[in-house]
Design a binder for this molecule. Structure first.
Ligand SMILES: *[C@@H]1O[C@H](CO)[C@@H](O)[C@H](O)[C@H]1NC(C)=O
Ligand SMILES: *[C@@H]1O[C@H](CO)[C@@H](O)[C@H](O)[C@H]1NC(C)=O
Ligand SMILES: *[C@@H]1O[C@H](CO)[C@@H](O)[C@H](O)[C@H]1NC(C)=O
Ligand SMILES: *[C@@H]1O[C@H](CO)[C@@H](O)[C@H](O)[C@H]1NC(C)=O
Ligand SMILES: *[C@@H]1O[C@H](CO)[C@@H](O)[C@H](O)[C@H]1NC(C)=O
Ligand SMILES: *[C@@H]1O[C@H](CO)[C@@H](O)[C@H](O)[C@H]1NC(C)=O
Ligand SMILES: *[C@@H]1O[C@H](CO)[C@@H](O)[C@H](O)[C@H]1NC(C)=O
Ligand SMILES: *[C@@H]1O[C@H](CO)[C@@H](O)[C@H](O)[C@H]1NC(C)=O
Ligand SMILES: *[C@@H]1O[C@H](CO)[C@@H](O)[C@H](O)[C@H]1NC(C)=O
Ligand SMILES: *[C@@H]1O[C@H](CO)[C@@H](O)[C@H](O)[C@H]1NC(C)=O
Length: 293
């Protein structure tokens, strides 16, 4: 029996879908009110590919699907009377200062740095975890390097190269609290320490932390005031990351048709969310309603 010609493309498409879709596909429709178009949290507009942490749905087999890229999940929490958008990277929380959709840039600041008063104590390096699949440094990235809990007393007699560090680079704000172990702390811009001195210093300190900062802001700040609190102001201005879709052909097709890519927790592409509540297995061209925005 010959198929009516009108239906042929339809069956061909099903064949294509079956061959490109892996894992558990989403049901053919989803509840559009779960994936809100945009949400404002603390003055920051959260839109695809970002999504609120509650904007995830469940499929029939309880697989969670996201309304955007797996790791670009933003929590909007109430901090006193202020809403604060935060994102988790590599297990640490960062406050979202702003998101620029036209140049695909997100500005983040370490939440410890924002809450730590004028001379904050940072506690961790910035690691992306799996989010590196979507995020890269952009703009003019630079670093501040911190050495905490240092004991240079012995070094003063042994290594003269370390002596000069004390005046110029030692953190000397009154409100700085190094923690229970005490010791001296230092802050350097990139390139200020030569390799051998750096490792000599690191040997005498309990912790080394490298924090990305905005290079333009760092350069325009008073370098000699960094140890007395200037570093805190630079940290609070945050750093810039660019987002990109992965080299993920399925998501590219979906976005080209104005759809929104949905992923599982384990970053498997699950389907293309179209604005009319239909789920395209590949894109929104056949769904009759591409997403707006
Ligand atoms: C990821 O999740 C999907 C959907 O839950 C599942 O089908 C797939 O097997 C998982 N893949 C891996 C590598 O765990
Ligand atoms: C869609 O989701 C909203 C928000 O979670 C819920 O109130 C509503 O009942 C859901 N609609 C359907 C048809 O499930
Ligand atoms: C998610 O949280 C926001 C802010 O609390 C709320 O406005 C929105 O309705 C929630 N969405 C769902 C699907 O529960
Ligand atoms: C938020 O950004 C999206 C994407 O650029 C845009 O469509 C939407 O109008 C913006 N919403 C607000 C409240 O600014
Ligand atoms: C990050 O924020 C989440 C949600 O607000 C919270 O549950 C978690 O404990 C925080 N993690 C860290 C390391 O502070
Ligand atoms: C992105 O655009 C914003 C607003 O126009 C601008 O302030 C920022 O410097 C830009 N960032 C990059 C990395 O181009
Ligand atoms: C900043 O630190 C990172 C990680 O330690 C390093 O890869 C990068 O090259 C540094 N950037 C600059 C400008 O020194
Ligand atoms: C932070 O990164 C630096 C260099 O990239 C490394 O030497 C240091 O041990 C790291 N610190 C922590 C606490 O992981
Ligand atoms: C900041 O200054 C350093 C050293 O002079 C220079 O290499 C870097 O390009 C400058 N960065 C910006 C964004 O101006
Ligand atoms: C830079 O900071 C140093 C140390 O706090 C201060 O003595 C100096 O006046 C500042 N320079 C400018 C131009 O503000």
């Amino acid at each position: 029996m010959a198929l009516p010609p009108r239906l042929l493309p339809f069956f061909l498409l099903i064949g294509v879908h079956a061959s490109v879709s892996h894992g558990s596909p989403l049901p053919p429709t989803y509840n559009t009110s779960i994936c809100s178009k945009s949400y404002e949290c603390g003055g920051v507009n959260i839109s695809y590919p970002f999504y609120l942490s509650n904007a995830t749905g469940e499929t029939y087999d309880y697989t969670q699907f996201s309304c955007g890229y797996t790791d670009l999940k933003i929590s909007c929490s109430l901090d006193g009377r202020n809403e604060t958008p935060t994102i988790q990277l590599g297990g640490d929380n960062y406050t979202v200062l702003d998101i620029f959709y036209d140049n695909r840039t997100i500005m983040l600041a370490d939440t410890d740095a924002l809450r730590g008063g004028s001379c904050p104590r940072v506690r961790h390096n910035v690691t992306f975890g799996q989010a590196y699949e979507w995020l890269q440094y952009t703009g003019s990235p630079d670093n501040l390097t911190f050495f905490f809990g240092c004991n240079l007393n012995l070094a003063l007699t042994i290594d003269p190269r370390l002596v000069s560090l004390s005046d110029q680079y030692q953190i000397n704000c009154k409100t700085f609290s190094n923690g229970p172990d005490g010791g001296d702390s230092f802050v350097f811009t990139s390139g200020e320490l030569e390799g051998p001195v750096e490792s000599e210093l690191a040997r005498r300190c309990s912790q080394v932390i490298v924090v990305p900062v905005n290079g333009g802001i760092l350069n325009s700040s008073n370098q000699s005031a960094l140890p007395s609190g200037g570093y805190g102001q630079v940290l609070k201005k945050g750093f810039d990351l660019a987002w990109n879709s992965r080299k993920d052909e399925q998501c590219n097709l979906c976005e080209q048709s104005q759809g929104h890519c949905s992923y599982s927790q384990n970053r498997t592409f699950l389907g293309c969310l179209c604005s009319d509540g239909k789920v395209g297995n590949q894109d929104c061209r056949n769904s009759g309603g591409a997403r707006q925005g």
